[in-house]
Design a protein around this ligand. Structure first.
Ligand code: BGC
Length: 490
């Protein structure tokens, strides 16, 4: 092969690249967000967080968690923890050891699509009960009563540590009959139908928390200075550590806070519901994604930045501006594919085998390979450019939430310690990079301390940590919270 022959694919690719860059850049300009716009959004987000903390209308939910006792980093014991996330239901027996922990048993199962929507919520709670009871009977059959920490990754108004009223659903679950009801009562009822009688093991839910709250508790075992936990996964949310003072919470909330006064607690911001139609860069594509969702008008910020919606935005752009490409690839535009293609800096013919390999695992292969339908470098470059623009906008907007949350705490910048969780953050280096850069830009060059461990399983660990660190008034630790290690039938 002479030099010209070997360079030909690269030159062709560059020419395609230049042509499609011009074509798609014009159409994608609506996804650019200037630092000035981000600053404006930040001021509004801070305002809505402050209004929410005071319990006034027009603010973010800012739900208090009622947790006032934080891990000492030395808790010990073995605990049962479960979590209903965006895609999976997870359960674990967690053993906390001095400065360490391990999952003795852990399992996760996808939430079946058919129980996510419908007239009755019972099927969802029965499904979780069935899975949990089977797990417990298998691994600790001799226990009389086991205490459970339950992480529920959906919006609810916490009334006590073991009571939370469901306020809405998100991330594809839509079960209106459960709105206004207590999560713990619903789940306990489904559990009690299966356990407790005839001397069988009873599972008792003693603590309920949102996943942002569980994340703070889990990361506090690693770094006790965590101030903000962030989730960028199927959904998005942030958990803030604040001191319950009269100035921040206002007279009405303050009066109802009782034992929480002047103590630190964790606030579930529910920042995915943040919205302001004038300041946010909402495009026609976002409007369509919202209209097609099962909760139009709700969780508008989540619909701009979270994993559940990213592929939908990319598809909407392709559908309206690149319809040929849309019809060829719509079935393979998944988050996994978007991450793969967006994270390559420059696409070249040498990367085509990896992309082809991915496509061949997907339904793309069911199309007849008659030449017309074969993936081309030009198509890939356009999809890449769209994916990168969408992810860049997600990251820039996400940075606003982080900086707003931190500024609401009124702490010195040196005290800003932030933890992360979620598949979008974990799997997308471009999202991570732009997010960190934009946080720094919004803080005039200052970068908060970032704590991140992809192997932490925060929701399950956080539940165990909470069971191990009871409120001071309950001290010493109620031994019955533990699972006796000798009871395992592992
Ligand atoms: C829910 C939050 C949750 C977040 C991350 C959102 O859809 O409203 O409660 O924390 O997803 O899982």
């Amino acid at each position: 092969m002479n030099l010209l022959q070997s360079l030909l694919p690269i030159i062709t690719c560059l020419m395609h690249g230049m042509a499609c860059t011009r074509e798609s850049s014009n159409k994608l300009a609506c996804l650019d967000v200037s630092i000035h716009q981000l600053e404006q959004v930040k001021l509004e987000c801070i305002r809505q967080m402050q209004v929410g903390l005071k319990g006034e209308a027009g603010g973010l939910p800012m739900f208090p968690s009622y947790i006032t006792h934080f891990p000492s980093q030395h808790e010990q014991g073995t605990f049962l923890s479960a979590d209903l996330g965006g895609t999976y239901f997870r359960v674990a027996i967690v053993s906390l050891e001095e400065e360490d922990y391990k999952f003795i048993k852990r399992f996760s199962i996808p939430i079946p699509e058919q129980i996510k929507t419908g007239l009755s919520h019972e099927k969802l709670f029965d499904f979780m009960a069935e899975e949990l009871v089977q797990f417990v009977l298998k691994y600790c059959p001799q226990s009389k009563e086991i205490k459970l920490a339950f992480t529920f990754s959906y919006p609810f108004l916490q009334k006590r540590l073991d009571k939370g009223i469901i306020t809405s659903w998100s991330k594809g679950i839509d079960l209106p009959s459960a709105i206004g009801l207590d999560v713990v009562e619903l789940y306990q009822h489904s559990l009690d139908k299966r356990t407790g009688s005839d001397g069988k093991t009873r599972i008792k839910i003693v603590a309920l928390m949102n996943d942002t709250v569980a994340q703070v508790l889990a990361y506090k075992r690693i770094n006790k200075n965590i101030l903000l936990s962030c989730i960028f996964g199927t959904g998005t949310n942030g958990g803030l550590v604040v001191t319950v003072d009269k100035e921040t919470f206002g007279p009405v909330q303050w009066d109802s806070f009782g034992s929480m006064k002047d103590k630190q607690t964790i606030i579930n911001t529910e920042w995915g519901s943040f919205f302001n139609p004038t300041l946010l860069p909402i495009t026609e594509y976002d409007e369509r994604v919202d209209r097609k969702s099962n909760n139009p008008g709700k969780q508008r910020f989540e619909k701009l930045i979270s994993g559940f919606y990213i592929s939908e935005i990319v598809k909407e752009i392709l559908k309206s501006d690149f319809s040929d490409i849309y019809s060829k690839y719509s079935s393979v535009i998944t988050n996994e594919f978007i991450s793969l293609i967006a994270n390559e800096e420059h696409l070249s013919p040498s990367q085509m085998p990896t992309i082809m390999d991915h496509l061949s695992k997907e339904s793309f292969t069911t199309e007849p390979r008659n030449g017309k339908n074969n993936p081309t470098i030009k198509d890939m470059l356009i999809i890449q450019q769209i994916s990168q623009s969408v992810l860049r906008r997600c990251a820039r907007l996400s940075a606003v939430l982080i900086v707003s949350g931190l500024e609401v705490t009124k702490r010195k910048r040196e005290e800003y310690v932030v933890s992360f969780d979620g598949a979008l953050y974990q799997n997308s280096p471009i999202f991570q990079r732009v997010l960190h850069q934009t946080v720094q830009e919004l803080l005039n060059g200052f970068m908060p301390t970032v704590v991140y461990r992809s192997d932490l399983h925060c929701t399950l660990l956080g539940g165990a940590v909470l069971l191990a660190s009871p409120d001071e008034k309950d001290s010493p630790i109620d031994e019955s919270t533990f699972i006796n290690k000798n009871e395992f039938s592992c």
